[in-house]
Write a protein that binds this ligand. Structure first.
Ligand code: PMV
Length: 358
C-alpha cells in the first residue's frame, strides 16, 4: 500500500455515524533483534535499514480512548485530556498533541471530537523499559477502532496496516508493536511485503525452537535516558560508519531469515548479540558520543558468556538503547536459567521482568 491509501477525507465518512464512544486496546512492548537505528532526514520515521522484533507478551500498555463530538461552532484545536495511572502528565500530553498533529491528515476527524485518554503499563513505572512503543501502538489501535465506526466497510487487514502506519508516526518502533510474534519493519529485498511505511508480521517459516522464547529483562538502571532515541537517530546522519551499519543490518536480516528457518539457536544468539553491540558501538562512536552501558551491564554480559562456556546452555543477550539487558533463551532452559538468574545475577540488577516472545 502507498501513503495516499491512508488518507481519510471528510467526504468519506459521516460524523453522525459515531457521535461518541469508548474503546480500549492493549499493545505489547517489543525487543528488536535486528535494530532500527537511523532514519531518513526530513521524513517522519522512515528507517534507513530494516528491523525485526519480537513482541513481549507480558509487558504491555492498556489505553482507553473516550470521545464525543464537539458542538458547533468548532474550535480547530485538538481537544485532549490525558491521564497516566489516573494522573495528568504534561510531557506525555504534549507528545500526544504532536502525534495528533502528525496523523491529522490521515484521520481528518480528530479535530471534530473531544478526547479523554487513560493509560497504564503493566510493568513497573520507570523500570527502564521504553513504554513509547506499546503506548503509541495501543493509541493508534484505539484511533483505528474509532475510525471503523465511521467507516464500517474498513477491512481487518487495512485496520492493522493503518494502525501500524499511524503508530510509526508516534514512535518508529511502535509500528512493530501492533502485531504479536516476529514483526518486520523497513523495506528489505528478501522479505515480501516489507516496507518503510508500516510493519508486517514476519512472513516466512519459523523453526519451532523460536516459539515461546523467554525474554528476561534485567533492569540495571532505572533512571530516564540521558539521550533520547530521537537524538540518537539524528546522530546517524553524520556518523562516519553509518553507511556500513545500514549495509550490515540488511545483511544480518538475510542471515536471520535462514537462521529462523533452520533453527540454529547458536547462530541466532551470536547474531542478536552482534546486533546489540553494534547498536552500542554506533552511539559510542557518534559525535557527541555516549555510553549507555553501566558496569553491571558489562559484568552480566561476561557472566552470560562464561555460563555458555561452562554449561553449553542456550542463553544470549540483546540490548536496547540503554543499560538494561534482555536475556533470550528457549522455554526448555527456563528452570536452569531461572535459577542461575536468581542466584548469580540478581545481585547486579534492580529488578527482573520475565516475558514470553509470542
Ligand atoms: O522507536 P524509537 O525511535 O524509539 O527507536 C527505537 C530504536 C531501538 O529501540 C534502539 C531499536 C529498535 O529497533 O527498536
Amino acid at each position: 500500500m502507498k501513503e495516499k491509501d491512508f488518507f481519510l477525507h471528510k467526504n468519506q465518512y459521516a460524523i453522525s455515524n459515531n457521535k461518541e464512544g469508548e474503546v480500549f486496546k492493549r499493545s505489547s512492548s517489543n525487543i528488536a533483534l535486528i535494530k532500527y537505528w537511523g532514519k531518513k532526514t526530513n521524513t517522519l520515521q522512515i528507517p534507513l535499514n530494516s528491523s525485526i522484533s519480537f513482541s513481549l507478551e507480558k509487558v504491555f500498555t492498556g489505553t482507553k480512548l473516550r470521545y464525543h463530538v464537539k458542538t458547533p461552532p468548532y474550535k480547530k484545536n485538538f481537544s485532549v485530556k490525558f491521564f497516566f495511572f489516573g494522573k495528568k502528565k504534561f510531557i506525555f500530553w504534549k507528545k500526544i498533541l504532536v502525534f495528533f498533529y502528525r496523523i491529522s491528515s490521515y484521520c481528518s476527524y480528530l479535530r471534530d471530537y473531544h478526547f479523554t485518554i487513560e493509560t497504564y503499563n503493566n510493568f513497573p513505572h520507570s523500570s527502564g523499559i521504553a513504554s513509547s512503543a506499546s503506548f503509541m501502538s495501543s493509541l493508534a489501535l484505539c484511533i483505528m477502532e474509532m475510525e471503523k465506526q465511521l467507516v464500517p466497510s474498513l477491512t481487518h487487514s487495512f485496520f492493522l496496516k493503518k494502525a501500524s502506519f499511524l503508530a510509526r508516526l508516534g514512535s518508529g518502533s511502535a509500528c512493530r508493536s501492533v502485531y504479536p510474534g516476529l514483526v518486520v519493519w523497513g523495506n528489505h529485498k528478501s522479505i515480501i511485503g516489507s516496507n518503510n511505511l508500516y510493519a508486517i508480521p514476519y512472513p516466512y517459516k519459523i523453526h519451532s525452537i523460536f516459539q515461546n522464547l523467554i525474554d528476561t529483562i534485567l533492569i540495571i538502571d532505572e533512571t530516564p535516558k540521558k539521550i533520547l532515541s530521537t537524538q540518537g537517530h539524528q546522530l546517524m546522519n553524520t556518523h562516519p560508519y553509518a553507511k556500513e551499519r545500514f549495509k550490515c543490518a540488511n545483511k544480518n536480516m538475510d542471515c536471520m531469515i535462514s537462521i529462523l528457518e533452520m533453527g540454529d539457536f547458536q547462530e541466532f544468539g551470536k547474531l542478536i548479540e552482534h546486533e546489540a553491540l553494534t547498536l552500542h558501538a554506533m552511539i559510542m562512536t557518534s559525535n557527541p558520543y555516549f555510553l549507555w552501558m553501566k558496569p553491571n551491564t558489562v559484568q552480566i554480559i561476561h557472566m552470560v558468556w562464561d555460563l555458555r562456556i561452562q554449561s553449553k546452555k542456550n542463553v544470549y543477550f540483546t540490548l536496547d538503547a540503554g543499560a538494561n539487558i534482555h536475556l533470550l533463551y528457549p522455554m526448555n532452559e527456563r528452570l536452569f536459567i531461572g535459577k542461575w538468574i536468581k542466584h548469580d545475577l540478581m545481585f547486579y540488577c534492580k529488578k527482573i521482568i520475565e516475558s514470553i516472545c509470542f
